[in-house]
Design a protein around this ligand. Structure first.
Ligand SMILES: [Fe+2]
Length: 369
């Protein structure tokens, strides 16, 4: 039974090698001033920012290249000032999840008076955001097709997720060639982000069969291609870009669940990259779900997909990632602090199992504290 569901994917997806050269085709005629949001480090391994800037000659393109990993509210506010001063009409985000999420944040702020902090706590946005074009240069976040953005509160050391259909990008320009020069650790970490998006979307209490098609295809593609992508096999990298985008569509409709939330404290306190944090906890999370979830059949389905790779733990370890928290200097006494950060997140309720502080602590302990 297909059940009852809503599938809403309003992003124009433009996929393929060399497609970034066509960006001009996706800029409305009336747009004369654009804010391009990216990060300085990107220039070390891809010329994406230059390619896009060259293609947009005749249009005023302002650059904001100060996005950090896990962008803060302050960073978005800085970019907003530039967008406001120059009356920008469109925002382009180029890079991984951080610049793309920042682009969404600026687009929201540019048309509204409130601060980003206030906007994300309101029921809805008073004014429509500016249009956004996202150009991913890593294969993992899927942010180019989602209505989500994650910002970090530097004071409280919390990651704040925001979801609103109004921040779907207008266009996702996915050109896999832009990912070819990404450093290997980034390929691994972002690839594991894509994989965990799809696993969590598939297991989510909000999952439905049509959305599962995207999640399953994405999981299979990552399992078959991530290791090859790490050794820079271009065809495998193309498939990873596709898998990441499919994972983005999957989480758009059924969200991420407990694993992602449990990964956040590892990033905030230990500076472990987002995708890697999820990978570290993945085996313990699946062990818990295998025993305690009410979607045991779906967990078995995932286990079967991992058989060829020698099981989930083997797959993660083969990528050079230890699945023991003690390897990252995380100790028993850190667990309570982590659990407090996790339990307040509303996404816990999308996890198809009984989740209380006790269960969360149990999973962290099982991951080797
Ligand atoms: Fe993620």
């Amino acid at each position: 039974m297909p059940g009852s569901f809503t599938f809403h994917q309003p992003v124009k997806i433009v996929f393929g090698n060399g497609r970034v050269q066509q960006i001009r085709d996706f800029i409305p005629e009336k747009v004369k001033r654009i804010l391009l949001v990216s990060e300085k480090n990107l220039a070390k391994y891809t010329s994406a920012v230059d390619i896009v800037t060259d293609q947009l000659h005749g249009i005023d393109v302002l650059h904001f290249l100060d996005v950090e990993e896990n962008p803060s509210f302050e960073t978005v506010e800085q970019a907003r000032i530039i967008a406001g001063e120059h009356d920008c009409q469109l925002v382009i985000g180029i890079g991984g999840g951080s610049p793309m999420d920042t682009a969404k944040g600026v687009a929201m702020c540019a048309t509204n008076r409130e601060s980003l902090r206030d906007l994300i706590n309101m029921d809805d946005l008073p004014a429509e955001p500016l249009p956004v074009i996202c150009i991913p240069t890593t294969s993992g976040t899927g942010s180019e097709v989602t209505p989500y953005a994650v910002f970090t509160d530097r004071n409280s050391r919390k990651k704040c997720g925001y979801a609103n259909a109004k921040i779907f990008p207008q266009v996702a320009l996915v050109d896999p060639e832009l990912t070819y020069t990404v450093p290997k650790p980034v390929i691994i970490n972002t690839g594991m982000d894509a994989l965990t998006h799809s696993i969590e979307a598939f297991l989510s209490a909000d999952a439905f069969p049509m959305n599962d098609i995207f999640a399953i295809e994405s999981i299979q593609l990552v399992l078959k291609n991530l290791k090859q992508a790490v050794i820079k096999d271009n065809e495998a990298m193309n498939r990873m870009a596709y898998a990441s985008m499919l994972g983005g569509i999957a989480i758009t409709h059924s969200g991420t669940i407990l694993l992602h939330i449990m990964g956040y404290p590892l990033t905030v306190y230990q500076s472990i990259p987002h995708g890697k944090a999820n990978a570290i906890l993945l085996p313990a999370f699946l062990r818990f779900m295998r025993e305690h979830s009410w979607v045991k059949e779906k967990v078995r389905f995932i286990d079967n997909m991992f058989i060829e790779a020698g099981g989930v733990e083997q797959f993660v370890n083969d990528l050079g990632i230890s699945t023991r928290l003690s390897s990252y200097d995380i100790r028993e006494e850190d667990i309570d602090k982590f659990v407090e950060k996790v339990i307040v997140k509303s996404d816990v309720k999308l996890t198809p199992a009984r989740i209380s502080k006790m269960e969360i602590a149990k999973i962290y302990r099982d991951a080797g504290c």
